[in-house]
Design a protein around this ligand. Structure first.
Ligand SMILES: Cc1cc2nc3c(=O)[nH]c(=O)nc-3n(C[C@H](O)[C@H](O)[C@H](O)COP(=O)(O)OP(=O)(O)OC[C@H]3O[C@@H](n4cnc5c(N)ncnc54)[C@H](O)[C@@H]3O)c2cc1C
Length: 461
């Protein structure tokens, strides 16, 4: 990079080091901007992180993260960070689906063009009647070509939309909600029809490989936060970790500086906030936070996720992961098998680390951790016969109350784009108007969007 080119460009201060802030910082730095990234915690990654369980020394994720092949911006970032080899991406969708009575089905894509690729799996899917299947197929055919910008789709829930099209309660639960809830971290009753339809249009119907499922094989911080930190530092981004933002100082319609909790001040010419919406509102001066543009962020809400990690003294589950169509278990990930995909990591033939991922976890978020562990040890024993005689020698429950923002009907009206009324302040964060739900893909898109808004604005000037 030509030094004089760097010096000529205004300094950008990025606030927040989650995927949105990482992407914005990386993109702007690659375009020659001097970048300072300010992050409250001592590490990057935001809501994608791991910690060490002090009792055992095991690395534990804040929650199992998965993505689909249609997350093209996330995949681009992972490629750029050089961590794609640390992720597993299916070559064709394959999800074992269990029920609480021990039944097993396989949701697998066939080598046919979309949307026909899911037809054989749907026809064999044991949880729907023939009439339900017919309705699902005809609705999917309709959804593929729908214009989701129709305002009416934002005003009603996905559940209302489905019921108005004759889908039975059973089809709603065993098909639509089964697929939508883990993606949107909310049930179809609570999400807007637009967002519910978007995930089927984009994730299921747009291409045969869009549904291929991927996940980090190593722990989340090793896979994302640490490589991102190394990459940003190598490019010369100034990282201020462990530095919570206290206040943005706004004068004459411009951000002048950022005050940190420790009393330090960071200043640049341009600012990108990649903070969560509540963090941004708390950091803005009252008069700015009261502006209708920012005030509407108060309407956004969070939905919780709970992960129950269990370490068994033996192998109780064969699959790498499986989904449950009923009962308290939703998705169970076999962390021991997943980690064994890492080059050089031998599969531990004795014990097994399983992670039960619970979306829209309103029922569990305030429950005592010990009670939760016992409840899910019992549920596992019902579902997996080998778990009945096994000993669980460690349980770690991870609760994330503010896991994702909610795509409630009307929520998209409260999601701003990258530009703000403050001429040198730009927004990133998965909650901004990316058209995507609260996902890693949404966060990365928002970072690219904000970087593009900065370069366009500075280009115009
Ligand atoms: C348990 C769980 C499971 C999930 N599962 C999936 C999944 O399977 N697939 C998927 O795609 N998505 C999943 N998500 C959602 C996904 O993790 C988020 O949508 C995404 O990571 C959000 O990124 P972000 O950069 O927009 O926000 P964040 O990651 O929240 O980044 C914001 C950053 O700002 C920092 N910050 C906050 N306040 C301040 C302050 N005052 N000063 C300085 N810094 C501050 C935070 O520390 C954080 O690093 C999951 C989330 C959770 C919690």
């Amino acid at each position: 990079m030509d030094r004089s080119d760097v010096d000529a460009k205004p300094t950008v201060v990025v606030l927040g080091g989650g995927l949105a802030g990482i992407t914005a910082g990386l993109t702007l730095r690659e375009q020659g901007y001097p970048v300072t990234l300010v992050e409250a915690r001592q590490f990057l990654g935001g809501r994608v992180f791991s910690f060490t369980d002090q009792a055992t020394g095991h690395r534990v994720d804040n929650g199992q993260h998965i993505f689909l092949s249609c997350c093209t911006n996330l995949l681009r970032l992972l490629r750029e960070l050089g961590v794609l080899p640390q992720c597993h991406l299916q070559t064709r969708l394959r999800v074992p689906v269990r029920d609480q009575d021990g039944g097993m089905a396989l949701l697998a894509a066939a080598p046919l063009p979309a949307p026909l690729h899911l037809l054989p799996a749907l026809l064999c899917y044991p949880h729907l009647s023939l009439l339900d299947k017919w309705r699902v197929v005809s609705t999917l055919a309709q959804v593929k070509f729908m214009d989701l910008r129709q305002p009416s789709l934002e005003g009603i829930s996905f559940y209302q939309w489905l019921r108005a099209r004759g889908h039975s309660q059973r089809a709603v639960e065993k098909w639509w909600d089964f697929l939508a809830a883990p993606t949107l971290n909310d049930h179809v009753q609570d999400v807007s029809a637009r967002m519910g339809l978007m995930i089927f249009q984009e994730g299921v119907l747009a291409g045969r490989h869009h549904t291929d499922l991927g996940y980090p094989v190593d722990d989340l911080s090793a896979c994302i936060g640490a490589p991102a930190q190394a990459k940003l530092q190598a490019l010369g981004v100034v990282l201020q970790l462990g530095s919570p933002v206290r206040r943005l100082v706004v004068e004459s319609g411009q951000v002048k500086r950022v005050e940190l909790a420790g009393g330090e001040v960071v200043a640049g010419q341009v600012y990108v906030s990649a903070l969560p919406f509540n963090g941004l509102l708390a950091a803005l001066p009252e008069s700015v936070a009261g502006d209708p543009f920012f005030h509407r962020l108060q309407e956004l809400q969070f939905s919780p996720i709970v992960n129950v990690n269990l370490w068994y003294d033996r192998q109780v589950m064969d699959e790498e992961f499986c989904a449950f169509v009923d009962g308290p278990l939703q998705w169970v990930f076999n962390r021991t098998r997943i980690r064994a995909r890492l080059a050089g990591v031998a599969a531990d033939g004795r014990g097994q680390h399983l992670c039960i991922s619970l979306s829209a976890a309103w029922e569990y978020i305030d429950q005592d951790r010990e009670e939760l562990s016992q409840r899910f040890i019992a549920a596992m024993a019902e579902a997996f016969p080998r778990a009945r005689d096994a000993t669980v020698h460690r349980a770690v429950v991870v609760k994330q109350r503010h896991a994702t923002f909610r795509c409630l009907p009307g929520a998209s009206h409260h999601r701003p784009g990258s530009w703000t009324p403050i001429s040198n302040l730009f927004l990133a964060g998965e909650w901004t108007d990316t058209g995507w739900p609260s996902t890693m893909e949404g966060a990365v898109r928002s970072g690219f969007n904000a970087a593009q808004a900065v370069t366009e604005t500075l280009g115009r000037r």
